[in-house]
Design a protein around this ligand. Structure first.
Ligand SMILES: CC(C)(COP(=O)(O)OP(=O)(O)OC[C@H]1O[C@@H](n2cnc3c(N)ncnc32)[C@H](O)[C@@H]1OP(=O)(O)O)[C@@H](O)C(=O)NCCC(=O)NCCS
Length: 221
């Protein structure tokens, strides 16, 4: 920064650090949770009842398959971790409350197409089948649900080795592009041919769980 006046020039301080790439701070959504569906709690049972009813807009189906299709496939694959995106505080016990609170869905895949997407597939996970149900879109939920720390803590739980989150974005998915960009994803420059689903750009961002000290075991005597 240059001085505007002689006084400023005399008392000039070191240049402040200005980051080259500014990632917008994703909007926080109080009460937003990602609930693992590979569990057998009463809450998960209710969520599994409700999820197959969720829909995106008809013209968004070229970008994503809804949970009614992708959840059964994930259940058969031990490398895929499906989750419900839930907006409420506390555990859900009533079906009517679950209908209101279950706003979306996603899958973290430890294998997927990673071999074709990144150089080090063992250090990455793929975000797939991610959507916010139509009636809940446009409220900031999508970008918060795929931003740090929410998604990252989920990733750390299911894939502790992962250092990056990768996804494929269809050409023409402008809402997806804005959502992922707001959450800190950037294009890697790679392209993926998803066959009948068209050409996709590969996006990624580092896993950011913040600072969580690992409990130390006592030294063996
Ligand atoms: C992409 C998707 C997850 C975004 O979820 P969302 O909760 O609606 O998104 P948010 O409210 O957090 O908004 C994210 C961005 O999209 C914009 N947006 C969301 N809905 C919008 C609408 N109806 N009209 C215009 N812009 C809209 C927001 O303004 C925001 O952009 P900005 O950060 O530049 O302001 C959702 O649209 C969706 O499920 N789409 C269908 C499935 C899909 O495409 N999944 C991704 C597959 S890779």
């Amino acid at each position: 920064m240059s001085a505007n006046t002689p006084e400023q020039a005399e008392t000039s301080t070191p240049e402040p650090f200005v980051p080259q790439v500014e990632v917008p701070e994703p909007q926080r959504v109080p009460g937003l949770r990602l609930v693992r569906l590979d569990r057998t709690t009463p809450e998960v049972a209710l969520l599994r009842e409700v999820l197959p009813r969720q829909r995106v807009a008809p013209d968004q189906r070229r970008f994503v398959d809804e949970a009614v299709h992708t959840l059964p496939r994930a259940d058969e694959d031990p490398e895929r971790f499906p989750y419900a995106i839930v907006l409420n505080s506390g555990t859900l016990t009533e079906r009517s409350a679950v209908l209101d609170a279950c706003v979306g869905f996603g899958i973290i895949d430890r294998v997927g197409q990673l071999r074709d997407l990144v150089d080090d597939p063992a250090d990455a996970v793929q975000l797939r089948a991610f959507y916010i149900a139509l009636e809940h879109q446009g409220r900031g939920i999508g970008r918060a649900a795929c931003a740090a720390p929410l998604l990252d803590l989920f990733v750390a739980a299911v894939a502790p080795r992962a250092t990056q989150i990768v996804l494929c974005l269809n050409d023409g998915n402008e809402l997806g592009e804005r959502t992922y960009s707001a959450a800190g994803f950037t294009p890697t420059g790679r392209r993926y041919d998803a066959g009948e689903h068209g050409m996709q750009s590969v996006l990624s961002r580092p896993v950011q769980t913040g600072y969580h000290p690992v409990p130390q075991l006592p030294e063996p005597r």
